[in-house]
Design a binder for this molecule. Sequence first.
Ligand code: GLV
Ligand code: MN
Ligand code: MN
Length: 408
Amino acid sequence: MRTRKDRIQKDLEAINAFNASPGKGVTRYTFSREYQGALTYVVEELRRIGVNCSFVLGGNLLGRLAGSESSGPSVMMGSHLDTVAQGGRFDGSAGVVAALEAARAVREEDLPHRLPIDLVVFAEEEGGRFGWGLLGSSTWSGRITPGQLAQIKDREGVSYLEAMEGAGIKVRDSSILSPSSLKAMLELHIEQGSILETRNSRIGVVEAIVGIKQMIVTIEGSASHAGTTPMDLRRDAMQGAARIIAAVETVARQEGEGGVATVGQVFCEPGQANVIPGLVRFSVDVRHSDESRLKAMAAGVAYMAENVSKSRDLRCRIEVKAEAEPVKMSPEICDLIEKVAREQGIEPVRMTSGAGHDTGIIAKISNAGMIFVPSQGGRSHCAEEFTKAEDIALGAEILLEAVLALAR
Ligand code: GLV
Ligand code: MN
Ligand code: MN
C-alpha cells in the first residue's frame, strides 16, 4: 500500500482538535474559527508537498497537482470539513484526509499522471451553520448564485458571504465550474449506515445517492393563558404540530423500504410552560432514491399538515428549504472502483447512499463516483461515529488508484 494509516490517523487527530464542542462530539461550522483551523492544517500539509491552494466560487478550497500535460480537464477528489452540531470525527474529514494522503503518495512516489489532479474541500456540506446543505458545491456548479448566498443567513443573521469574508476567504476564481474542465469527481466517505458491516465488507461502491427534500412547516394558532383557557377554546399550535409530526413517521413507514422522513428541529413560541403555544415551526427531511416516490412522500406530509391544521383552526405554511434530486453515479467509475478494490483483494458491495453528498451535485455536470468505508454500528452524525484508520487507508489506496487511472 502506498497510503499510510499512521499519517491518516495523525491528520484526523489534528483536524478534530478544531472542535467547538469538546467532550460532546465535534462541532465545526463552516467559516468558524474551528473550521478555518482545520482548513489551514490541510492547506499547510498540501504546501509541504508543493501544492498551493486557493479558493473558488462558494468558498471551496482547491489545490492542484499539475499533470504532465499543461492543459486538459482535471480529476478531482475530496470531501468536506464542516460538521453537524455535536457530530462525528469522520463524516467529511475521512474523505479529506484520504485525498490528502493520496496526494502525498502521488508526490512522494512521483506517480505519473497526464491530467491535473485536484483536491477539493467543499464548504457547508452539512447545512449546520446556514440551515441548508451542499451550498459550496451547489454554488460552484451554478445551481445557486452568489446573490442567493448573500441572502442565506445563519442564526445570528450573518450571511454566507459575510461569514466567508469574515473568515478571510478571498475567492480567486469566481467562475462557475465548467463541465469541460472536469473529467471526474471521486469522493471517499464513511458509509454512515451498517450495510458494509452486515455484509462483512470493507469497501462500498455507491451507485446512487438519494433525493432529499427539506421543508419548514409553520403552524400558527393563538397564544393564550394555559390556566384560564378551556380546552375547547384553544388554538394550540403545538397540539396540531404534534399530530403532523406523528404523521410524518406514518408517511415514511407506509412507503416501506427506501423512504425515510425525519423531524429534527422544533421551535415553539413563546416557549413558556404556562402559555399555550401560538406558533410552532419544525423541519421535515424526506428522502427516497426514486424521484416520484420522493415527491409523493413530500405531498403526503403536506396533505396531513393541511388537514390537521384545518380541523383545528390553525394556519399552516410549508416552505421547501432545500432540494436535491436522486442522482446516479457514473457506471464506468463504479466499475473502475470495483476493479481497483478487487485488485486489493476486496469484494466491494454496491449500494445507494442515504446521505447527501457534494459529489451528487457535481454528478449533475460530470462523471462521478464514491467509495464508502465502514461505519462502526452504522452510527453517524453523533459522537459515537467511528471508522478504523486501516479502512480509511484502504479506501484511500483505492481512491488513489482510481484517480490515477482516470488521470492517466
Ligand atoms: C448530510 O450528511 C445529509 O445527508 O444530510
Ligand atoms: Mn458528509
Ligand atoms: Mn453528514
